[in-house]
Design a protein around this ligand. Sequence first.
Ligand SMILES: *Cc1c(COP(=O)(O)O)cnc(C)c1O
Length: 219
Amino acid sequence: MSIQGIKTRIHNAAAEAGRDADDISLIAVSKVQPNARVQAVLEAGHTTFGENRVQEALGKWPDFQQTFGELDLHLIGPLQTNKARQAVELFGTIHSVDRPKLATTLARLAQERGASPNVFIQVNTGKEPQKAGILPSETDAFVAECRALDLPVKGLMCIPPVEEEASLHFALLAKMAERNGLAGLSMGMSDDFEKAIQFGATHIRVGSAIFGARVPVAG
Ligand SMILES: *Cc1c(COP(=O)(O)O)cnc(C)c1O
């Protein structure tokens, strides 16, 4: 679907929820997509993109920024502390802060650079052992810890378990954000972003619905 088509769907979902579509940021998730597809979306005027891996992002976005100017880049995948420096140099927002060591590293880099990326704390709302994210029961304390480090915590992020009703996870995340005084909710992907908007999403992360199915890569 064209990026314009997705924007129309966001508009309709927002209207239905009694919300302003301008309060919802569309992050076009370009991971593993051929550059030609990404370029077409850039040429359509979209400037907000998400990537999963620092290394992959470094291979394309500095070049695109040369051509299209400064873009709003979001890291939505797991971040190893040894890639944190490269990450903060490229990304304005990191959605996957999920452990004290990473928070401490980002805070130190922020001090050193005199600038910090915006931060979302990833919550493992489904308590899935294989999935990244802080456990719901530990989230309030971790939010406080990040704030004590002066990290600009904008909100919470989740990826619901595939086999469960996403609404339950969106509602839980919204409740946890509210009780922590956080306005940002990074939730909703291609299959469920309209539902996420209904539950208050401020940042939706949409990949395949914009770019088409991801082309599998080896390794
Ligand atoms: C890949 C990815 C998305 C986008 O997924 P689609 O189903 O293609 O929209 C969103 N969020 C995260 C964290 C992802 O890794």
